[in-house]
Design a protein around this ligand. Sequence first.
Ligand code: UD1
Length: 409
Amino acid sequence: MKKITVNGPAKLSGEVTVSGSKNAALPIIFATLITEGISELRRLPDIGDVRVALDIIRSFGAEVLSMDGVTYIDTRRLSYCQPSEEQTAKIRASTYLLGACLSRFGRCRLSSFGGCNFALRPIDMHIDACLALGAEMREGEIFAQRLLGSEITFKKQSVGATVNAILLAVSAEGESVIRGFATEPHIDALIDFLLSAGASIERTEDEMRIVGRRLHGGKATVIGDMIEAGTYLSVALATGGKVRVRDCPFVDMSSFFKTLTAFGAENRMSGNVFSTSLRGRGEYISVTALPYPGFPTDLQPIIAPLMAIGSGGDITDTVWHTRFGYLDTLSDFGIRSELSGNRARIYPSKISPAKVTAPDLRGGAACLISALAAEGQSEIYSAEIILRGYENLTEKLRALGADINIQEF
Ligand code: UD1
């Protein structure tokens, strides 16, 4: 177990560079299982979820070598195995084994897929995509002697089910047409990787046409992490500091920037550096988490401490209706809120230090922001949950002037 100790308040200032995106890196790592060759991945973030994903693909025989900022993944000699439940239960992205294993080995055992427990996270649409392309389910295992191109129309946008549908279609015989898919930037990043590996994918606004082919090794430079960028910008505003975020993927973050502007932040963009600061008290803001290009559900917990420091606000989450468990933990920092259905009202509050356990990855990041803004010492237990998604978190915050330490115990 890890514990983060913060001595606040910190007025953070300086520059921080955004790492590669967790949500873009993970589908690409699992997609390498479908290729036969050596893939070259750049800007892979060194975070808990990526390490687990690499361990899982190693269990199939993938050879992974990292050198000079490039991760080489050799998938020429793979054989099917059952990855340990202990590993798959750690990360949500292990659901991508469905598409990757059916494509490469024609089978996949349904095991416990992990991730943050902020809601029941169904996989019915993932399974439907497998069945649509000719797979069959038997005793907790899913098989496909041949995957056949087909039409898939999703009833709602799901990042995970879209990733799996693509992973299946790129190796199915003939053409598949996918509609109703998620349009997050990490979906495009996966498509770019698969194209570099020889896939045939045509994507318009509302339709993807994919013709199955044998894939060779591919190349990718992982896109910048918009959630990490949003976290550091929120840290700057919550602590009354001024932080420049380098390699900020601002094209992907327009809904977040609109919210910062409504809050009263002064935002500046120069080249690929985005900076923000706040004079006076933040305004009341309303946020509705929606599929991309709407406000990201992953950033809604992170914006909550800002609302409390400012004039309050309200958050509606249409992606995960129950993603508000973190508010209980934030109440230990003095953040007052009221929940009604999938809408939370956050009241202006005096933030005080607290000893808490990180409730989940992004809820844990919200605790960290609160700890940095509070006057006195805070402790966040189960900090490894936060480190699942943030590369060099304590080092980056320390470089911005935070008094922060991490201990193993
Ligand atoms: C979602 C986010 C993603 C974020 C992640 C973790 C969206 C569209 N996706 O991804 O950006 O990184 O949460 O916070 O914002 N659903 C079903 N059946 C399924 C799969 C999903 O009903 O088989 C529903 C879910 O209950 C949820 C919605 O679809 O209401 C979106 O889920 P999905 O995009 O699959 O979640 P993740 O891929 O985990």
